[in-house]
Write a protein that binds this ligand. Structure first.
Ligand SMILES: Cc1cc2nc3c(=O)[nH]c(=O)nc-3n(C[C@H](O)[C@H](O)[C@H](O)COP(=O)(O)O)c2cc1C
Length: 214
């Protein structure tokens, strides 16, 4: 059974969210290619996972037989998230840019699943799993633009997904999404529209490509 782990983190629902709509294109295409596949879905805006606590952190390095009841409970929650990641054949993450970086809800999910000695370290358990990130943003942080040095979404997620978890990461970047809403950006609306179209095409192509590879 092929499984897609799909994570959304935009605070905006449905069509109001660029990352959700592009992720939906990916997911729909993936499901067309895998009619019997399973999608495990997490909406971190609606149902956030707990922030890491000292118990959840220290439990990751202690013998389970020695866990306090608090450590055992906190670690069980982490393991649920870690297993979802490990059991996925492909991962899809909606990662809108908020204040130059990822939503805190997505950071909390990452803090839970990054466990040295299991998902990270010498033999990362999700090594090689393809992860497609929909990195929507209101402006543009593309190479050569004035705001390029403030890009902390792709830079950060490359560090954790590619370098720490050893996953096979690809970014899809719908940018300039604020153009239709901000009069100062009205000249950028055609670029926004082109970026949106490219992002949907990229998402469908990537989902089909993953299906061929599986
Ligand atoms: C709290 C918040 C902070 C934001 N910070 C930035 C930012 O730093 N840079 C930027 O380009 N856009 C920023 N935006 C705009 C979002 O990146 C933009 O709305 C994007 O489409 C978000 O993805 P979504 O539509 O999937 O929610 C911010 C939006 C919110 C709600």
């Amino acid at each position: 059974m092929t499984t897609l782990l799909h994570i959304d983190s935009s605070v905006f629902p449905g069509d109001a969210s660029a990352s959700r709509t592009v992720a939906e294109t990916f997911r729909r295409t993936w499901q067309e290619q895998h009619p019997d596949g399973t999608v495990v879905y997490r909406d971190l805006a609606k149902d956030p996972v707990p922030h890491l606590t000292a118990d959840a952190h220290t439990a990751g390095f202690a013998d389970p037989a020695e866990h306090t009841p608090e450590q055992a409970a906190a670690f069980a929650r982490r393991l649920e998230l870690i297993r979802e990641l490990e059991e996925a054949d492909a991962v899809l993450i909606g990662a809108p840019m908020y204040n130059f970086t990822i939503p805190s809800t997505l950071k909390a999910w990452l803090d839970n699943v990054i466990l040295f000695g299991r998902t990270a370290g010498e033999t990362p358990s999700a090594k090689g799993t393809p992860v497609t990130v929909i990195a929507s943003r209101g402006g543009s942080y593309a190479p050569g633009t004035p705001k390029e040095p403030y890009e902390y979404v792709q830079n950060y997620l490359t560090a954790v997904l590619t370098d720490a978890l050893a996953m096979d990461t690809e970014f899809i970047v719908p940018e300039l999404t604020m153009a239709p809403h901000n009069p100062a950006m009205s000249e950028l609306i055609p670029l926004f529209e082109a970026s949106r179209q490219r992002a949907h095409e990229h998402a469908a192509t990537k989902a089909r490509q993953l299906a061929r590879a599986s």
